[in-house]
Design a protein. Sequence first.
Length: 468
Amino acid sequence: MMLWGLGVGYVISGEYFGWNLGLPAGGTYGMLLAFGLITLMYVTFVFSYAELACAIPRAGGGFVYGQRGLGLGGGYLGGIAQAVEFVFAPPAIAIAIGGYTEIWLPEAKQLVQNANFPVDLSTMIALVAYVAFTGLNIWGVRQAAMFELVVTILAVLGLILFSIYALPRFRWDNFSRNAWPHGWDGMLASIPFAIWFYLAIEGVANAAEEAVNPQRDISRGFGAAIVTLVVLACCAFFGATGIGGWEQVVYAPEEVMVVDGGVTVSPDATEVDRPLLLAMGQIVSADSLPFHLLLGIGLLGLVASFNGIILASGRALFEMGRVGFFFRPLGRVSRRSKTPVNALLVNFIIGVISILFLDTAGLITMAAFGAVTLYIVSMIALIRLRRKEPDLERPYRAPFYPVFPVIALVIAGISLVTMTWFNFDAENLLQSYSLWYFGYVALAFLYYVAFLKSRISVEDIAHFERMD
């Protein structure tokens, strides 16, 4: 149950916010095609990745699997990609936590604006959340996992509540209006936001060392989590967009006008990353009990993912530090709490900087870059390990091998190529997220070749080989 809670909890905020930011590019049809493609990728990936997690149950997840199957270079690539995913996803969720919470505090919001603080109330709440949940994960993994399970169950109930209200009001005319605004280009540009529906589910593997019986429980937890998430993602997507059209779950109500079946959006309208609340507001009053229930439970959904990914990110950085690919102090645990305190603190510092200088769409895109790179490395490692170590004990084997891992690998590769193309802007390099991501990867590998490769000792490599 805890592993299911972690798997669903890592991801469930993706149903509550963020995915709607792909609708202006893709429309409902483009987003639906991207969603279907990415759902296929995640289903095949999860049931393949579970084989690695059960055979090699270590906290480093994709980093360890990459090293085992592809050597130290492959492991390093998987590790730095995983670090990007788990470091940039929490700030995006923290920003959404701030946005949800400030709805309840209109007076405080106005007070902060009048006082001319350097940051708004939403950002202040996001920073406080980072402090609180980093502290919880430093306190202990069992406490963090128990908290994760409770809030995840409540967040699932919130999506069920939304579905009860929204799905009976689904209208195909609303769903199909302006459904293909930018053609195939729009569909491809919406891929990172479709990934956000499921991003970070692989973090279950990073809790493998704390699992009681990882060889049995991880595959069950993974499988139950992905089935739950596919159902919930469908409910969120169709329920939200089918009530009044996609524009009304992207922009604030006062910026959208519906006249004679057509929709007009204000030219200076800004995107709002609270699609379920915008959809619910078309059904019930913002002062009603169902609306406030969804608001409160939705906030718990964001908290579930925020806490869970912080837990996973600490372990990902910890494993890289433990073998010497990051600073070795990151590979130490607290004697008192047995948690990777140093790794959690580094994640906290990067997260705070990201909240102050990046927006939600940029953070989601960067996290998606790291995720698909990790999936590519992991699936290649799985295929390589089947040939390299045929006698490795595999308590669980990927179904339909090699079809499932190949499907996941191909779709992840297509996603990486299209995201690279649509996130490069020669006229505005600061907003070219693909340039930032591949620049980071290139610098990291230069550092690896120049300094790390020669310093990794035989003992370090032997330590890796003993990890099974």
